[in-house]
Design a protein around this ligand. Structure first.
Ligand SMILES: O=C(CO)[C@H](O)[C@H](O)COP(=O)(O)O
Length: 262
């Protein structure tokens, strides 16, 4: 895999590489799911090899667990870890308060459990994920298979009273069959357009019987590392309120990418 990176992959890669630098020797680290998180896992494996750092990872999906093991990262369960120093994960959308929509990869349940059990959650994302108001990306909610259509109707009824634009929901498919999460559940994608009160919606959705979890991450993320295609990386920290920009020369990253892929 030594070909040219697409601009979006460059952006994801530099964000992941920057955040991989936050991991310190001996840490217990939550490992997110998705294409950006996969870059992170590769960058961490590279740090293990080049710098000799050691850490234990709690993956948020079987996909991430498989990749981490393949690259020699020690994988432990959340129950073994009990509490994590740091979780680094991707996101589908983030706003100025670092609230998120997650679950585009269908791993939102484990992702939320792991992120919530961490001292810090860092999101890595390309700049296109930043929005003024959450909701353009369809909001995933995880529902149990039993009576999922009834849960869907209840969800749509609930949306009528909420500050959202759209109400339509669709069952996520995997080819001809419903998508099944690592926990054996289904995903409903809510096409809302704009979520006025994300905090309230997150609470209300979880009250509906059959809904296991929703993809709104409110007050969970501490820091977002935003990657740009030219190699620039911007870090926003919710507590410190700081914005720092680093220029990561892409030529360097490009070589690292090639090394990783070889
Ligand atoms: O929430 C997620 C998976 O459930 C992902 O973090 C999110 O979908 C972003 O994915 P990508 O990094 O591939 O853009």
């Amino acid at each position: 895999m030594t070909g040219e990176l697409s601009p979006i992959d460059r952006a994801k890669f530099v964000a992941a590489k920057q955040a991989a630098g936050f991991v310190e020797d001996g840490m217990k680290v939550g490992l997110g799911t998705g294409s950006t998180a996969a870059w992170l896992v590769r960058c961490l494996a590279e740090r293990m090899e080049e710098e000799g750092i050691r850490f234990r990872g709690v993956p948020t999906s079987t996909r991430t667990a498989d990749l981490a093991r393949e690259l020699g990262i020690e994988v432990i369960s959340l129950d073994e870890a009990k509490w994590l120093d740091l979780t680094i994960d991707g996101a589908d959308e983030f706003d100025k308060d670092l609230n998120l929509i997650k679950g585009g990869g269908g791993a939102l349940l484990q992702e939320k459990i792991v992120a919530t059990a961490s001292d810090q959650m860092v999101v890595i994302a390309d700049a296109a994920k930043e929005v003024q108001t959450l909701g353009n990306f369809p909001l995933p909610i995880e529902v149990i298979p039993f009576g999922w259509q009834t849960s869907q109707s209840l969800v749509e009824e609930t949306l009528v009273s909420m500050d959202v634009m759209g109400r339509k929901s669709t069952l996520r498919m995997n080819g001809a069959k419903p998508f099944v999460t690592d926990e054996g559940n289904h995903i409903l994608d809510l096409h809302l357009g704009r979520i006025g009160n994300a905090r309230q919606l997150a609470l209300v959705l979880n009250q509906i019987p059959g809904v296991v979890e929703n993809g709104l991450f409110i007050d969970i993320c501490d820091r977002v590392v935003i990657g740009f295609a030219d190699g620039k990386v911007e870090t926003r920290d919710i507590n410190a309120g700081t914005v720092t920009t680093d220029q990561m020369l892409f030529e360097e990253s490009d070589n690292l990418f090639k090394d990783l892929g070889d």
